[in-house]
Design a binder for this molecule. Structure first.
Ligand code: SF4
Length: 340
């Protein structure tokens, strides 16, 4: 059965036509799904009963359910463990910034990429999320909090470009002016460096922010931290970034997790600055999250590393650590729940 809340407006129009209904019903149905966020067809009171029954026979409304909710006493960060219609679970985090709420969404159940510092990959990959399941994480969190969420980061569990079509369908849906109407400029997609996906994304004409999880300034070190690097080397990732920048006019963001004694030396900062040369980019330094199984610890020269980069003309900031008291790092809550 198709997930009707994952259909584009054009697909909803086709569905309405196939059900023998007048064209204006498409707007009504889309409004029920994406403005009123109805959970059931029978709630759509201005649609004829026969049409509602046709919809229920043809498809479902895929909703996520809150299994667990943790609220940070330190900074108000909220972390959800959501269950999907088939019982699988994913995580989602809502962060409070001066400019409003930002949500970090999961795109897959588990992850295939095997990054050595990440809890999301430890239990392996299970399946991709559908466009509707990605979207409903926002609707459920916004309804639960009673607040508007204005920024999206695709940086939760999973590699978004390994679930390309569903992620693209989601972005088109969330930016549709007849639905949530979010500006693409308020969406950041984070990838570990899937080169064909970056090139394809560059051709979509979407002015979203591309964020690359870089974490190492040379191939030898990146091979150790991120197995994906054995397939797509740093120079290939950077060439794809250049194309993205040229086609979209958007600045690239590099994520760099600082791990004590691994990638936080002065020489690493110098190599990283060399990689950034000639590219319109920004480096986001992240103090590593403690994951019991990885054995990595936080670098104690985060500010120094930032200064080394800035001395070489690189625009670098340190990401504020949010939700430390609720294990807000990606994959940790789901992992605890699987272990239980
Ligand atoms: S960091 Fe991202 S790509 Fe790497 S294993 Fe974790 S979820 Fe997957």
């Amino acid at each position: 059965m198709q997930q009707i809340n994952g259909l584009s407006y054009a697909q909803v129009e086709e569905l309405v036509k196939a059900c023998g209904q007048p064209a204006y019903r498409a707007g009504q149905l889309f409004g029920w799904l994406h403005q009123k966020r109805a959970a059931a067809f029978e709630d759509m009171k201005n649609l004829p009963k026969a049409f509602r029954e046709q919809l229920a026979a043809r498809g479902t409304i895929a909703k996520v359910t809150i299994e667990k909710k943790l609220v940070s006493q330190l900074d108000g960060t909220v972390k959800y463990l959501f269950s999907l219609p088939d019982g699988e679970t994913v995580e989602c985090v809502v962060m409070r910034y001066k400019h409003g709420l930002s949500i970090c969404l999961s795109t897959q159940v588990g992850c295939k990429m095997g990054c050595s510092f990440c809890a999301s990959t430890l239990a392996g990959y299970v399946r991709d999320l559908t466009a509707a399941e990605i979207l409903d994480q926002i609707y459920t969190a916004a309804d639960d909090l009673g607040e508007r969420i204005g920024n999206i980061v695709l940086m939760g569990i999973g590699e978004p470009l390994d679930n390309y079509q569903n992620v693209l369908d989601f972005i088109r849906l969330v930016t549709d002016s007849r639905g949530m109407d979010l500006s693409p400029r308020h969406i950041t997609l984070s990838t570990c460096g899937i080169v064909p996906g970056i090139l394809k994304l560059a051709d979509e004409g979407l002015p979203i922010t591309l964020s690359i999880s870089l974490h190492a300034p040379n191939d030898a070190l990146r091979d150790q931290l991120m197995p994906v690097n054995r397939k797509y080397r740093i120079h290939q990732v950077l060439a794809a970034c250049r194309q993205f920048e040229q086609k979209t006019g958007r600045r690239i963001s590099f994520e760099y997790t600082l791990i004590d004694g691994v990638n936080d030396s002065r020489d690493c900062a110098r190599q990283l600055a060399d990689l950034c040369r000639g590219l319109m980019c920004h480096v986001n330094l992240i103090p590593v999250n403690k994951v019991q199984e990885t054995g990595y610890t936080q670098s104690h020269q985060v500010s120094q590393f930032q200064a080394w980069l800035q001395d070489r003309g690189v625009n670098a900031t340190v990401r504020r650590t949010l939700g430390q008291d609720i294990s807000a790092a990606c994959g940790q809550l789901r992992r605890q729940s699987l272990q239980q």
